[in-house]
Design a binder for this molecule. Structure first.
Ligand code: HEM
Length: 67
């Protein structure tokens, strides 16, 4: 995934990626567990995950309404 080229992705792929971003953090897959011991402040709280997932949901909603 190259976020610099986000705008070039078809809407259905953007929708899937947004869902995946939330899923990965909810399931604890991301940020990678191998990264966290060296970067403890990267650990996400439940509030952080909620903020991220609220955003992905809003963005998916916005996408579904855009032309
Ligand atoms: C909140 C933070 C993060 C989020 C939301 C996130 C999300 C994602 C997503 C959605 C993918 C799939 C990308 C794709 O479809 O091409 C991914 C892949 C990956 N991420 Fe993260 N990530 C995060 C943090 C990190 C960190 C801190 C690292 C490493 C230091 C990392 C390393 C990777 C790697 C290596 C992959 C590729 C894995 C594979 O394809 O098997 N991520 N991440």
């Amino acid at each position: 995934m190259n976020l610099s080229e986000w705008g070039k992705l078809p809407k259905d792929r953007q929708d899937r990626k947004l869902r995946q971003i939330c899923d990965e953090v909810q399931d604890g897959v991301m940020p990678l567990s191998s990264y966290l011991p060296m970067h403890p402040t990267a650990k996400l709280s439940e509030q952080d995950k909620k903020t991220l997932c609220d955003w992905t949901e809003e963005e998916r909603e916005r996408l579904s309404q855009a032309k």
